[in-house]
Ligand binder design. Structure first.
Ligand code: UAG
Ligand code: ATP
Ligand code: API
Ligand code: MG
Length: 486
């Protein structure tokens, strides 16, 4: 594609005299090759404008910048290169999301779980699917590793183009608040946007809950709606933030909830050690649903998935059949079962609200003691640490505070932050995560439950800037096997 064809996507930008062929669009100068357009992004750690000269030397054919640069190749100046990058990536890759049914899911907790369910529903309904989120990206059964929950704009559009090329009909993606603020999804044509819930997280980045709420709201304010391409905002009616999103969106609103009236609701919720049953009220009347998943929060995720699939024209009967068959999502309430006489559960709860939810659920079926091995990530929201510690002490009989991913912070300082929320309460501190897990498993007796929270599916631990192999599930399973040898 030549430069001026690409630039037509930005009506205020004048065509350039030189009109080189653009072979790639890139925002990392290390990836520039002959014919690339290099987009300068002012980042949180460095300013991409500082690499423009090197990009030109490496053969870039054009530069997109937020300021004039004196270079011998065309430099196109725009106010916001992040936004322009999203528009250009959409054009460069041939508007892939217009050719897909696209469901975007935002909210503090439940995005990964809900997106897995929606993808499974689509797949069982006979559609070819794609999935983008925290655990990985998937095109059909092909797994592609990712660094972020919502990847960078260019990776995103390139991936959607691959999906289209491989015959994918419907894609489901998690949309993080960081991605919304940074415009990573500005080039995406969502058909359905889902809101799970809002509770405290990421205040290191958004600073206040109001700003965090606004960030999530961008998915709904930017959704649009037309007669020929109707858009749907699927909103949790029980979460106060939902009201704002309903007011702000121009899409068709579909609600779900348990405590408030909504288009999709659940009543008669009953949980036992094998799962959770409820009566679904939907536009098609009442249906009985029996999930293999545990807890009220799983009912919320299921309602969100049911509503998103329903407005995507999947028959309700097929939707229910699929959600009932869902076994679980890796690292979410995942059991480690080596035949021991106590339960071990690995879960990705890393916010105060998710920890409280998961522990409340455990408390409903736990016969005896609850050990909760919990840590908080470094270089992330510090204010959630005492709240997470307090949730652990409130619901677990035996909380053990340990390290999560300390990243560049001192692990002991993170633990001190946690302890500020639980002065005078009963807990242990074991900074080494493996030792903490081993200690919980060694102390557990018949009927007890050991919750290992915070890292779920992660197969690594980040200490300083080093990444070590670490999988809670493996560590736990080895600890149980070790017990037998003693
Ligand atoms: C704080 C934050 O969100 N950072 C994201 C941001 O990176 P950044 O602003 O730091 O970028 P930078 O390193 O300053 O670089 C600026 C520009 O210079 C370019 N560059 C840089 C170096 C160089 O040598 N040459 C060069 O050209 C870079 O390619 C970039 O275009 O943009 C990058 C591309 O989109 C993201 O990968 C990166 O996520 C980092 C890794 C991260 O940890 N983000 C977390 C906080 C995050 O986004 N989390 C959410 C999930 C949260 C949740 O809901 O749980 C997520 O979506 O993953
Ligand atoms: N609807 C929900 N409400 C509250 N807590 C939930 C809900 N769904 C899941 N959780 C809890 O949150 C944890 C993370 O769930 P999940 O991975 O689905 O969320 P996420 O929004 O994708 O998180 P992340 O932002 O880290 O990607 C789960 O392990 C569980 O403890
Ligand atoms: N997407 C979340 C994941 C947190 C997982 C937890 N294990 C941690 O490292 O804090 C974040 O980046 O804040
Ligand atoms: Mg996720």
């Amino acid at each position: 594609m030549n430069l001026n064809t690409l630039l037509r996507a930005m009506p205020l930008v004048k065509p350039t005299l030189e009109n080189p062929e653009i072979t790639a669009i890139v925002n990392d100068h290390r990836k520039v090759g002959p014919g690339s357009m290099f987009i300068c992004i002012k980042g949180h750690s460095v300013d991409g404008h500082d690499f423009a000269k090197e990009a030109a030397e490496k053969g870039a054919a054009a530069i997109l910048s937020e300021k004039p640069l004196s270079l011998s190749i065309p430099v196109i100046v725009v106010n916001d290169t992040k936004h322009a990058m999203a528009v250009l990536a959409d054009v460069f890759y041939g508007h892939p999301t217009e050719k897909l049914r696209l469901v975007g899911i935002t909210g503090t907790n439940g995005k990964t779980t809900t997106s897995f369910m929606v993808e499974e529903i689509f797949r069982e309904a006979g559609l070819e699917t794609g999935l983008i989120g925290t655990i990985s990206m998937k095109i059909g059964d092909r797994i592609i590793e990712t660094k972020n929950t919502t990847p960078d704009t260019i990776v995103l559009q390139e991936t959607f183009a691959e999906m289209v090329g491989e015959g994918v009909d419907a894609a489901v993606m998690e949309v993080s608040s960081h991605a919304l603020v940074q415009g990573r999804v500005d080039g995406c044509d969502f058909d359905v946007a889902v809101f799970t819930n809002l509770s405290q997280d990421h205040l290191d980045y958004h600073k206040t809950m109001e700003e965090y709420k606004k960030a999530k709201g961008l998915l709904f304010t930017k959704l649009g709606n037309t007669y020929t391409k109707p858009k749907f905002a699927v909103i949790n009616a029980d979460d106060p933030a939902g009201e704002q999103y309903i007011t702000d969106t121009s899409a068709h609103v579909v609600t779900y909830g348990i405590d408030h009236s909504a288009d999709f609701t659940a009543e008669n919720i009953v949980m036992d050690s094998n799962g959770t049953s409820f009566t679904l009220n939907s536009p098609e009347g009442k249906s009985n649903v029996y999930l293999k998943l545990m807890g009220k929060f799983s009912v919320y995720n299921t309602l969100a998935a049911i509503a998103a699939a329903y407005v995507s024209n999947v028959p309700l009967e097929s939707i229910i059949r699929t959600v009932e068959a869902v076994q679980g999502v890796p690292g979410r309430f995942e059991s480690v079962d080596e035949g021991q006489d106590f339960s071990v559960i690995v879960d990705y709860a890393h916010t105060p609200d998710s920890l409280e939810n998961v522990l409340k659920t455990i408390k409903e079926f736990a016969g005896k003691r609850i050990f909760a091995v919990v840590g908080c990530g470094g270089d992330r929201d510090r204010t959630k640490r005492p709240l997470m510690a307090a949730a652990a002490c409130k619901y677990a009989s035996d909380p053990i505070f340990t390290s999560d991913n300390p990243r560049t912070e001192d692990p002991l300082a993170i633990l001190k932050d946690m302890e500020k929320g639980v002065e005078g309460m009963n807990y242990q501190v074991i900074p080494d995560r493996k030792e903490a897990i081993n200690a919980a498993i060694k102390a557990a007796r018949e009927g007890d439950v050991v919750l290992i929270a915070g890292k779920g599916h992660e197969t690594y631990q980040i200490i300083g800037d080093k990444v070590f192999d670490f999988d809670d599930r493996l560590v736990a399973s080895n600890a149980i096997k070790e017990l037998r040898r003693c």
